[in-house]
Design a protein around this ligand. Structure first.
Ligand code: ZN
Ligand code: ZN
Length: 421
């Protein structure tokens, strides 16, 4: 096995005192802190050559770092070795009887995979193995001209959902290879709305989760909005005020929470002040008449205030919402879930929302356990993916952390995605 020293983690009791040494006395550059909410720790990276010192500060008294300091005082907490193939490394260690904390790799910061070796096996040192992602999560806006339409994929940060629920009947050993779960069985997902600009104006399709989520839910969903929609719009030179319309694929909170926001007085108001919000009437009905199976996904504050503000444009059926922007009901995920066809000058792109949320879902039976009518999903999906392959639709994957858009290819019966954005 080949390994390089990635970083040394140092548990510090008091960050200001630590900075007085590492930054002021040693004169090292200290990067802005990274908050790891799940572990209740704040990490400050100090680059030293090709490795880093990581200053770890507890943000709560029950954090592992706080307990470590309580027991042993501040000091070296762990060392991290970067390996090329973390699974192979774990197999090798296991075959030699080395005691592991993690038998399977789990997701770490910035899309890396990590696993800990037990200190008793490593002569008193907690050793972390880390495999850098082949592909970093890139949340910068990405443009794609499609005939006369200008498309820009933007994002509202990352969150996590239960891996089992994301893949329905697919057994964990199959999906875990494509989307490694964390210690709570969750996988990382992105929220990627799509901006469409044309001679008729500017539209955003879905708008992410927004900023209204409470702390408890934010923990359950590991909400990570260090980079969110406002950043993405600013990077693309756009502002919420500049949108004429908002189009909802459906009203689940991870797609439409960003439709509203709280004003200075705490009242929930439309997030895009000039926009008309296009919502399918059937979906509105379902979202306002929930049952035990879908209630957790529909949060009234995401959409009811829009109707009160008189800014909803209701419609009943599949149609062209704006020139080149056509909604098509898929059903399946929700009874009225729809995808959006973008068509201009003979080219077609499709924003597939929760029909094909990630590139892993391009296999027909990889259907979310969340879907209310999975057989409807299957019927629609089989026909749609056949078309998408034959007619080379550019597919936008709203929840994929790595691939914003690509072409679905099929060779010898095996499907893959050729990444474009
Ligand atoms: Zn959904
Ligand atoms: Zn979703």
């Amino acid at each position: 096995m080949r390994a390089v020293l990635d970083h040394i983690g140092i548990a510090v009791r008091n960050l200001d005192e630590a900075l007085a040494f590492y930054r002021d006395a040693l004169g090292l550059h200290v990067e802005a802190p990274e908050e790891v909410a799940a572990q209740r720790v704040r990490a400050h990276f100090v680059p030293v050559g090709e490795s880093n010192i990581e200053l770890l500060e507890a943000t709560a008294s029950d954090s592992a770092i706080a307990k470590y300091i309580e027991k042993r005082g501040p000091g070296i907490h762990h060392i991290t070795l970067r390996v090329e193939d973390i699974r192979a490394a774990l197999v090798q260690l296991k075959s030699r009887g080395v005691r592991l904390v993690d038998e399977q790799p789990r997701p770490g910061a910035e899309g890396a995979l990590v696993a800990f070796i037990h200190p008793s096996a490593a002569h008193g040192v907690l050793v972390e193995l880390k495999e850098k992602p082949a592909q970093a999560i890139d949340l910068r806006p990405q443009r794609f001209p499609l005939g006369k339409l200008r498309l820009t994929s933007v994002n509202d940060g990352l969150f996590r959902l239960d891996g089992g629920a994301m893949f329905g009947v697919v057994p964990r050993p199959l999906w875990a290879k494509k989307a490694p779960p964390d210690d709570r069985n969750r996988i990382v997902l992105a929220m990627r709305p799509l901006v469409v600009e044309a001679e008729w104006g500017r539209m955003i399709i879905d708008c992410g989760v927004g900023d209204k989520m409470d702390a408890k839910s934010a923990d359950i969903y590991a909400l990570d909005r260090r980079r969110h929609l406002d950043h993405a719009l600013a990077d693309a030179g756009l502002s919420a005020e500049s949108f004429d319309s908002v189009l909802a694929t459906h009203l689940h909170f991870d797609h439409f929470g960003g439709a509203t926001t709280r004003d200075a007085r705490g009242a929930v108001v439309p997030r895009f002040p000039r926009a008309t919000y296009f919502i399918r009437r059937g979906e509105w009905h379902d979202a306002t008449h929930t049952h035990e199976r879908n209630r957790a996904s529909y949060l009234p504050d995401d959409f009811v205030p829009l109707d009160k503000a008189g800014v909803v444009g209701f419609y009943d059926a599949d149609h062209e919402v704006q020139r080149g922007v056509r909604v098509v009901r898929t059903g399946g995920h929700t009874g009225q879930h729809q995808i959006v066809f973008l068509e201009s000058e003979g080219q077609t792109a499709v924003f597939t929302a929760d029909l094909i949320p990630t590139t892993a879902h391009v296999q027909d039976p990889w259907i979310m356990g969340y879907d209310l009518f999975p057989m409807d999903t299957l019927t629609f999906k089989k026909r749609f993916i056949r078309d998408a392959i034959e007619r080379e639709f550019l597919i936008f994957f709203e929840h994929d952390p790595f691939v914003a858009a690509g072409y679905i290819r099929e060779k010898d019966g095996k499907r893959s995605v050729e990444q474009v954005l």
